[in-house]
Each structure stands twice: as structure tokens, then as C-alpha cells.
Design a binder for this molecule. Structure first.
Ligand SMILES: NC(=O)c1ccc[n+]([C@@H]2O[C@H](COP(=O)([O-])OP(=O)(O)OC[C@H]3O[C@@H](n4cnc5c(N)ncnc54)[C@H](O)[C@@H]3O)[C@@H](O)[C@H]2O)c1
Ligand SMILES: [Zn+2]
Length: 398
């Protein structure tokens, strides 16, 4: 006898854009927290230490905000908890355990919320803890870097690194809500702000030609502190494109092999490793995108002019599109970065699938990668970068 049962799981996620979420009069969070009319609701808050350093008054302001809204039934379960920021937050299960212990001590139940303020790494690690306690406490993410607001914070994934593997332990548990606070963006170091722009270029190239034209048109001003609305607009458009993809692609939990949002990432992940994380994620993605766009030109997916427009935009944003680690070779003379292809193939389960543009704003995957075409593309990238640097001796060329 064979039986088939179908479990349908539906999930709603709220995405909000605000400025200064903990300003006393800001009610963005209040509207998101469902609460019992008699008992109210309790929240446990975790803060990325790097964010707290950039904004030392933040814990105090959080206390103040909750005190201000106490009458509406929102309660802070404990003092905000600090978590070391950056990739070290994802080093094994320590942060997930910290979250678990804290939930136990402060009697966090399935009606409570965990608020996570931080970069993508802290969101991933605390999010994993939140998804494990009582099989999942609702989490509200408040991403605090550009990359976290336009990419990392928006997904349905939580995870940490283990046994030398990125995101080896993880869960799929969508957040209850994501609150993108423009104030956090203004606190970020310019390098971190630039980094998140690479993801905006990535998603525009495979999904939205108008967005790419807009990014290209504003490339030199997106990091201008006197025009913060440009960066905010880039983040908003990018965030929507990411979430639209995740919620409408039909494969939110990544059972298939196609990973459009990983366009340009097969080399990027490996470049980060080869550079021993001297290149941050966005810097490596910019190089990966530039290289793959030259590859797309070689296989007639982009015209020479389109490819040049991409390279020029990334260059204008301040990304260096060549790095010495591209030249590292193994004993057989093979570029080490090509090992990234093998890792990507393995991650997908054996069948290589790489996203490629098909004209700007559209995508069609490829299933094989020709090394000689890769070499042609790398050469083309080198020439374009040299040409751009000849006319401009500052920024990424200096
Ligand atoms: N879950 C997903 O779907 C997903 C998707 C993409 C990336 N990621 C993950 O995201 C991580 C990268 O995230 P990231 O780029 O945000 O970097 P990050 O989290 O490593 O943060 C970078 C640094 O900025 C600090 N910081 C955070 N907010 C700040 C602020 N407002 N001002 C000043 N400093 C601040 C942090 O303490 C850290 O030192 C990676 O671990 C990656 O795997 C996850
Ligand atoms: Zn990325």
C-alpha cells in the first residue's frame, strides 16, 4: 500500500523601510509585533558588536524605545545581548548556543520575538539559534550593513560555518519581518557600503535592465554622503528583486540546481578564500561579475558594449576588478580560482549550473564552462581594467 500526504507550508514575511527605528516616536516595530491584549509580548534583542561600536548609544536607545511603548504591551525580556560581529560569529555553534541559553534564562516562549540587529554574519548565526529554540522563535531581522539590507538579511536561510565549510549547519526558516533602517547604512564604513552595491549590480543584470541603467547612471554618486537617498534607493530596489525572486521562483528551499542569485559567485567565493578574506564578499563578487560578463560576451550573451558598460559601472563605484590572487596557479599551471567551479558543482550535487545574463536584465543558465573561454574573458577583463585606469588614476586604480 502506498500513501501520499501533502504538507503545505505558507509563510508571510514583512519588509519595512524606515529611518531610525528606535526613535521614540517610530512605530514601525510596534506594528510588526503581534501581541496578546492582556499579557503583551516579550522581545529578546541581539546586537552585532560592530554596530554597537559604531553607535554606542544604541542599547540605551532600545531600552528607551521599549519603555516608551510599554503601555502598548511590548516588553524587553532582558538587556540587549552583544554578539561579536563579522565571520567569527559563524564559527561553529557557539552563537546559536548563546541564543539558546539566553532564551532559557529569560523564559522565551513561542509567542516571543527575537530581534537581531547586525551584519549578515550575525543575522545568520543568531537566526540559526532562533530557528532551533522550541523549533523556531519568530525572528525580526534588522540588517545593519548594505549587503545585509539588500541581500543577506532577506533570505529564508540561517547558518554557520563548520568543519572548514561555509554554512555547513543551517536551517530554512524565514524571518517574521525584515526592517531596513537607513540610519544603520549611514554608520557603515565606506568600504562596507560599497561592498553591498555589487549585489545590486548582480541582481539588476539578470532581472532588471532599468535598474542596471539607473545604477550605471548613478555609479559615481551612490556612495556620496551628501546624497544618501541614492544608496537607499539602490538598497530598496535590490531588496525587492531578491525577495521577489525568493518568493516567486518556486524553489525557496533550493532543491533544484539553478541559483540565479549566485550569478558571479562561483569565482567570488573562492577569491575570498584565496585572498584569505582580504577581499570582502562584495569586492570578490564585483570581480566575479566582471569576469562572468566578459565570458557572457564571448558566448554572445552580451554585446561588447553591454559588457563594457558593466565593467565601467563597477569601476565607477570604486571596485578594483583585478586582483593578484587571480594569478595564483597550482603545480600544473592551472589557475587556482578554477577550483571554485568544482566546489560550486559539488555544492549543487554534481550538475554544474551557472547563471549567465542573456542580454542585460535577463538570465539563461549554462551547464558547462570552457576554460579557454574563461581565459579569453579574463584577458578581456584585464584589458578593460587597464584602459579604465589609464584615464583615471584615483579610486580603484591608485
Ligand atoms: N542567509 C543568507 O541568505 C545570506 C546571503 C548572503 C550572505 N550571507 C552572509 O552574510 C555575511 C556577510 O554579511 P555582511 O556583508 O553584512 O558582513 P558582516 O556581517 O561580516 O559584517 C561586516 C562588519 O561590519 C560590522 N558592522 C555591522 N553593521 C555595522 C554598521 N552599521 N556600522 C559599522 N559596522 C557594522 C560587523 O560587526 C562586521 O565587523 C556572510 O557570512 C554571508 O555568508 C547570508
Ligand atoms: Zn553574495
Amino acid at each position: 500500500m502506498m500513501y501520499h500526504y501533502h504538507v503545505a507550508v505558507e509563510w508571510d514575511m514583512q519588509l519595512r523601510f524606515t529611518d531610525d527605528v528606535f526613535a521614540p516616536e517610530n512605530t514601525c516595530l510596534l506594528d510588526l509585533l503581534e501581541r496578546d491584549p492582556t499579557r503583551g509580548v516579550r522581545c529578546l534583542v541581539f546586537i552585532d558588536q560592530g554596530l554597537a561600536q559604531a553607535d554606542p548609544a544604541l542599547p540605551e536607545r532600545i531600552h528607551h524605545w521599549f519603555a516608551q511603548h510599554e503601555d502598548h504591551g511590548v516588553h524587553l525580556a532582558a538587556v540587549p545581548q552583544m554578539v561579536d560581529g563579522g565571520e567569527q560569529a559563524k564559527d561553529g555553534l557557539a552563537v546559536a548556543e548563546q541564543v539558546g541559553r539566553c532564551c532559557l534564562e529569560h523564559h522565551i516562549c513561542r509567542h516571543s520575538y527575537i530581534l537581531i540587529l547586525g551584519g549578515g554574519a550575525v543575522l545568520d548565526a543568531v537566526g540559526l539559534g532562533a530557528s532551533l529554540v522550541h523549533r523556531g522563535i519568530r525572528q525580526i531581522r534588522l540588517p545593519s550593513t548594505v549587503l545585509a539590507q539588500d541581500d543577506a538579511g532577506l533570505g529564508v536561510k540561517n547558518g554557520v560555518n563548520a568543519f572548514g565549510n561555509k554554512n555547513f549547519f543551517g536551517t530554512f526558516q524565514p524571518p517574521w519581518a525584515i526592517v531596513n533602517d537607513a540610519r544603520f547604512l549611514r554608520l557603515c564604513h565606506p568600504r562596507e557600503r560599497r561592498s553591498g552595491l555589487a549585489e545590486a549590480v548582480k541582481v539588476s543584470l539578470i532581472k532588471d535592465a532599468d535598474f542596471f541603467s539607473w545604477l550605471a547612471g548613478h555609479a559615481r554618486h551612490l556612495l556620496d554622503e551628501h546624497a544618501p537617498h541614492l544608496l537607499e534607493e539602490a538598497v530598496q530596489r535590490c531588496a525587492h528583486l531578491h525577495l521577489q525572486h525568493i518568493t516567486s521562483s518556486g524553489d525557496p528551499f533550493e532543491h533544484g540546481s539553478s541559483r540565479p542569485l549566485d550569478f558571479g559567485h562561483w569565482s567570488a567565493h573562492y577569491l575570498e578564500v584565496l585572498s584569505q578574506h582580504r577581499l570582502n564578499h562584495g569586492e570578490a563578487v564585483a570581480i566575479g561579475l566582471a569576469w562572468d560578463c566578459c565570458y557572457a560576451e564571448a558566448i554572445n550573451r552580451l554585446s561588447a558594449a553591454e559588457c563594457e558598460a558593466v565593467i565601467e559601472s563597477l569601476h565607477d563605484m570604486g571596485f578594483a576588478l583585478w586582483d593578484p590572487v587571480l594569478n595564483l596557479r597550482d603545480a600544473q599551471g592551472e589557475r587556482l580560482v578554477y577550483q571554485g567551479l568544482e566546489q560550486f558543482r559539488e555544492h549543487l550535487g554534481g550538475n554544474l549550473t551557472l547563471a549567465m545574463p542573456d542580454g542585460i536584465g535577463r538570465r539563461r543558465d549554462i551547464h558547462s564552462y570552457q576554460r579557454n573561454t574563461g581565459e579569453w574573458a579574463l584577458n578581456r577583463l584585464r584589458q578593460l581594467q587597464t584602459r579604465l585606469c589609464r584615464t583615471q588614476a584615483t579610486g580603484p586604480c591608485s
